[in-house]
Design a protein around this ligand. Structure first.
Ligand SMILES: [Mg+2]
Ligand SMILES: [Zn+2]
Length: 190
């Protein structure tokens, strides 16, 4: 029997923007652990709203505050839910939040802590992403290293640490003043 495959299966991969949380969407507070400490970067909601029509928007953050026993995973989820609720009031939406609660010193090694790409690989499976179409926006060199490790395009914002941590010797593909400038640069070419 002859089997003719007359159609071409065309699986369209989604485009995404990975966003670091602290220093990109909300102001960097050392070891943020509760809603009372959340203070939005003023352009964050407008920026995310602009992305929503074209990109899947995913937050990727290291939250070693859990490994350090400064708060629980539930507390991190509460903060993320608060961020989502506040953004939604302004018509913006995060499609998913991924966070790594580990720290090698306190909880042993893991596959998710940036600059490892465990969270990105999980998001890729969950949302059928193509990393080549995907941007990583962050304020620390670890974010840029993570994006590069996955083969994403990388954008360093000048809010938060603005790359001043110098933990990794990496150069971003693009630099931006803040999350809104980053989004405008993404949308110019996509
Ligand atoms: Mg950060
Ligand atoms: Zn982890």
């Amino acid at each position: 029997m002859l089997c003719l495959r007359l159609w071409k299966v065309n699986v369209v991969k989604n485009k995404a923007v990975f966003l670091d949380r602290d220093g990109v969407i909300i102001h960097e507070k050392h070891h943020l652990r509760e809603i009372a400490q959340v203070e939005f970067i003023s352009s964050a909601a407008a920026a995310i709203k602009k992305l929503n029509s074209k990109f899947i928007v995913i937050v990727i953050s290291n939250q070693a505050v859990v490994a350090r026993k400064l708060c629980t995973e539930q507390d991190v989820k509460k903060v993320n839910q608060f961020i989502q609720t506040e953004l939604e009031k302004q018509g913006a939406k995060i499609d998913a939040f991924y966070f790594c609660p580990h720290h090698p010193k306190f909880s042993g090694d893991c596959e998710c802590r940036k600059p490892k790409i465990g969270m990105l690989v999980q998001a890729k499976k969950d949302f059928n992403l193509n990393f080549a179409n995907t941007f990583f926006v962050g304020d620390k060199t670890v974010d840029i290293q993570t994006g590069k490790n996955a083969g994403c395009k990388t954008i360093l914002v000048k809010t938060g640490y603005a790359g001043s941590d110098k933990e990794f010797n990496v150069q971003p593909d693009i630099t931006a003043e803040d999350i809104l400038d980053a989004v405008e640069k993404i949308l110019k070419t996509n």
